[in-house]
Write a new protein. Structure first.
Length: 270
């Protein structure tokens, strides 16, 4: 872990990029909130769903209730919220350099952990459109796929599903044929603006594809305020991480890095 952190610090110091603050974040593109619609009514109209706790645990989703297993995700939730509030950010992209790093598990745990914050509302979007898996993790199948929402064919209210009172999830039913086209389209940006303006979530979470396997994440990042990078211990190579971080900083802000599946075997359990 120390070697990875030292390498990251060195790379950041020597990298000659565009100065911080040069990115027009999604905050500057937002449209004004809607009229006097009751947010509580709007959120209640989203179709509810529930998942058995044993199924969640099988899929490594442990943040539904406060316990020792949920503690790392609770720390991540709190740090993310505080840092994003400080900058006025609401849109968080979650990605990884390569597949099988645990980004979808991270996104789902973060979303369900936010569900325990009753004063907050959050929306999770499954935008890993070549290999969507949020519906498999949560074992829920929406009436329509998220691709039809971001293309403007289906209204968010008719496609999204609600977990508890304050978490909405927009999932895919199947893989899309040409996801980069959808993610790059201006229509997608307009749809997200409209969803944010109407439902006024405190946080919008986007589960995106791994950065280095295709151009889908690059196509979408202009719509995010910041990104969280998930790296997997003993699997993610430093060169992969460095390339991933560099490409993200060209389009948005890096909120932080999560080192997943790290096993520290120090003496005495330290």
């Amino acid at each position: 872990m120390e070697k990875l952190q030292a390498a990251l610090d060195t790379a950041r110091k020597t990298r000659s990029g565009v100065p911080k603050g040069r990115i027009a974040t999604a905050t500057s593109r937002r449209i004004a909130p809607g009229d006097g619609e009751s947010l509580s009514v709007l959120w209640r109209e989203i179709a509810p769903f529930d998942v058995d706790n044993s199924l969640l645990e099988t899929n490594r989703i442990v943040s539904r209730a406060a316990n020792s297993a949920a503690a790392p995700f609770d720390i991540l939730r709190t740090k993310a919220i505080l840092q994003m509030r400080q900058h006025g950010w609401k849109r968080l992209a979650i990605t990884s350099p390569m597949p099988s790093s645990g980004k979808t598990t991270m996104a789902c745990n973060l979303a369900l952990g936010l569900g325990r914050q009753r004063d907050l509302r959050a929306i999770l979007f499954d935008l890993d459109l070549r290999d969507p898996s949020v519906h498999e993790v949560l074992q829920v199948r929406p009436q329509a796929s998220i691709g039809r929402v971001i293309s403007g064919e289906v209204d968010f209210a008719d496609q999204a599903m609600r977990f508890g009172d304050n978490i909405a999830v927009s999932m895919a039913q199947h893989a899309e044929v040409d996801p980069a086209r959808l993610l790059l389209a201006e229509e997608t940006a307009h749809v997200l603006d409209e969803i944010e303006a109407r439902y006024r979530p405190d946080l919008m979470i986007f589960d995106l594809p791994s950065m280095l396997v295709n151009d889908d994440t690059r196509a979408f990042l202009k719509n995010a305020d910041c990104a969280l990078i998930v790296a997997r211990a003993n699997t993610t190579r430093y060169a992969q991480f460095d390339t991933c971080e560099r490409e993200i900083t060209e389009q948005t802000n890096v909120l932080g890095v999560v080192l997943n599946a790290y096993r520290h075997a120090g003496k005495g359990g330290d």
